[in-house]
Write a protein that binds this ligand. Structure first.
Ligand SMILES: Cc1cc2nc3c(=O)[nH]c(=O)nc-3n(C[C@H](O)[C@H](O)[C@H](O)COP(=O)(O)OP(=O)(O)OC[C@H]3O[C@@H](n4cnc5c(N)ncnc54)[C@H](O)[C@@H]3O)c2cc1C
Length: 502
């Protein structure tokens, strides 16, 4: 019995912590970053770049500068910096020594760490992780810089620059400062070259640098929306939530517990377009109510691939398509932490909401009353869910004796029986208050069940343990949203912390 309690407590504390980390993570952290196409760049830190003489930790450490925020300053700084950055590459030796190559590589990593716009620096480091600097020659460096600038352009929804035109934009100075002809007729040497006025071949013309976007193969999961058209706005909502998540700090403690989006695209079907989201694969544990886990074992997929090649799954033609028999994935040897996914119904917390949300029995009072709601509805939800997990039965059923099904009035009556009458301040905000209350009194045509306090409902714990657990639940189950504890406060709760320490 005691062991069961401890195990349950660890599960509850773990589940709560993941939920709380998630809330902390989704909480707005400034304007959403446009890191849309970049997410794939974030996942696999590169191994140490060869030949770096300074400690890797110093070069690739955390971003130094704070968030910049101001978009105008950010853009001005960016333009000036790119000019400088490309000019550095344009003037880099054509045949650099090893020392010069090391110097440039180290410089680029430090440049990324110290770039004065913190959020830009963080994104830039992610690009560097995926596409390490190319420093073997001027052409390689200039081509790489152009490529990486284009990655930033794409991330910011800007057009890509044609890297073959690089020589026309950045003066390497290699045609000689004494490009008198250009100076005399008032044209910039680079412009002259672009117009074909210089006889000197431009070492940056026709860059032959190819940077592979596929540094290594990886396995991915595609989530395809069958009825994209019928989802309407909701289709973009999920993508926008993933974009917000990808744009948030990758160092956030909750990051690894939230599914990543690597990319997205639309494919044409016979009748409509279908949105596809590209994710790292997850393992679904059917028995534990569809908990999804990260997979730390690629052999599951390589085995799957080999088996499919050796013995292809049978398929049949149907309506012009081939349908294949599914092949089972074997159980991975190692699973990562559980991961939160499926954000189709997630919303941004910095907008006003009164719409109906949450599974019936977890609906918060303000949701039922159609009063404005915010993050604290999730706190109410977690409070109810913890009770379910720990006690093995729901606090509220909302089952209306008259209709024999869920009804808001029955749910409210159960809340009143547990918490007493709701405060006038909450009632005053609800568009639907008049449907259930008159002058503050509950009159929805249904009796309020007999008052049974939480102490009487909790039957598995005793003494101090029980007190602490109920104290945690009460921090969440408050009529007034503002009186519920925040996710951070709950994470520090005594009962949760003791459970996590095991
Ligand atoms: C390292 C770094 C990271 C940044 N990260 C962010 C970020 O995360 N978020 C954010 O909002 N802003 C970021 N910026 C700023 C952003 O890249 C732009 O500088 C800014 O938005 C102004 O854009 P712009 O359209 O004027 O042209 P810019 O991108 O500043 O480019 C200036 C000029 O360079 C030329 N150019 C464009 N593309 C290329 C290329 N591929 N190769 C060579 N030349 C080119 C064009 O002539 C262009 O007009 C970053 C800037 C830098 C230097």
């Amino acid at each position: 019995m005691a062991n069961r309690q401890i195990a349950r407590r660890i599960v509850v504390s773990g589940a709560l912590s993941i939920c709380l980390l998630f809330f902390l993570f989704i909480r707005p952290q400034g304007p959403p970053s446009p890191a849309v196409r970049a997410p794939g760049h974030i996942v696999h830190p590169s191994t140490n770049a060869p030949g770096i003489v300074i400690q890797d930790d110093l070069l690739k450490g955390a971003v130094v500068m704070p968030r910049l925020g101001n978009e105008t300053v950010k853009a001005e700084l960016g333009r000036a910096t790119w000019k400088y950055f490309h000019t550095v590459m344009a003037r880099f030796p054509e045949k650099p020594t090893t020392d010069e190559q090391d110097a440039l590589r180290s410089y680029i990593y430090l440049f990324a760490r110290l770039y004065p716009c913190g959020e830009c620096a963080e994104h830039f480091q992610q690009h560097l992780n995926k596409y390490p600097p190319q420093v073997s020659s001027r052409k390689a460096a200039a081509g790489w810089a152009c490529f990486i600038h284009n990655e930033v352009n794409v991330m910011l929804d800007k057009p890509e620059f044609d890297c073959n035109d690089l020589g026309a934009f950045y003066d390497c100075g290699c045609a000689g400062d004494e490009d008198e002809a250009g100076a005399e007729d008032g044209t910039h040497p680079a412009t002259s070259r672009a117009a074909g006025k210089s006889d000197e071949p431009d070492p940056l013309d026709h860059l032959a640098v190819e940077i592979s976007k596929e540094a290594h193969r990886r396995y991915v999961t595609l989530k395809m929306f069958i009825n994209s058209a019928s989802l309407g706005k909701q289709l973009d909502d999920e993508l926008n939530i993933y974009r917000r998540i990808e744009g948030a700090s990758q160092n956030h403690p909750g990051r690894e517990y939230v599914r990543s989006l690597l990319d997205s695209f639309d494919v044409d079907g016979p009748e409509e377009k279908h949105r596809c989201l590209v994710h790292p694969p997850l393992w679904e544990n059917i028995k534990a109510d569809n908990l999804m886990f990260g997979i730390d074992d690629d052999s599951v997929f390589s085995d799957f691939e080999e088996n499919e090649l050796r013995d292809p799954s049978p398929g049949k033609e149907l309506d012009g398509r081939t349908i294949y028999v599914s092949r089972e994935l074997r159980m991975p040897k190692r699973l990562d932490a559980p991961v939160l996914c499926d954000f189709g119904s997630a919303v941004f917390g910095d907008e006003k909401h009164t719409e109906d949300v949450q599974p019936d029995i977890y609906r918060a009072p303000e949701v039922i009353l159609e009063a404005p709601w915010t993050y604290s509805v999730d706190i109410w939800n977690v409070g109810c869910m913890i009770w379910d997990l720990f006690e093995g039965g729901s606090l509220f059923s909302g089952r209306d004796p008259e209709f024999q099904t869920y009804r808001s009035r029955a749910h409210l009556a159960e809340m009143i029986s547990l918490l007493g009458p709701p405060p006038p301040s909450l009632l005053a905000q609800g568009d639907l208050t008049g449907k259930f209350f008159k002058e503050g009194n509950f009159c929805a045509g249904i009796p309020v069940p007999e008052y049974t306090p939480l102490e009487a409902r909790e039957t598995t714990l005793e003494g101090e343990e029980k007190e602490k657990f109920l104290c945690l639940v009460r921090k969440m189950l408050q009529w007034e949203p503002g009186k519920r504890s925040s996710a951070r406060e709950l994470e520090e709760d005594d009962w949760v912390q003791t459970g996590l320490r095991g």
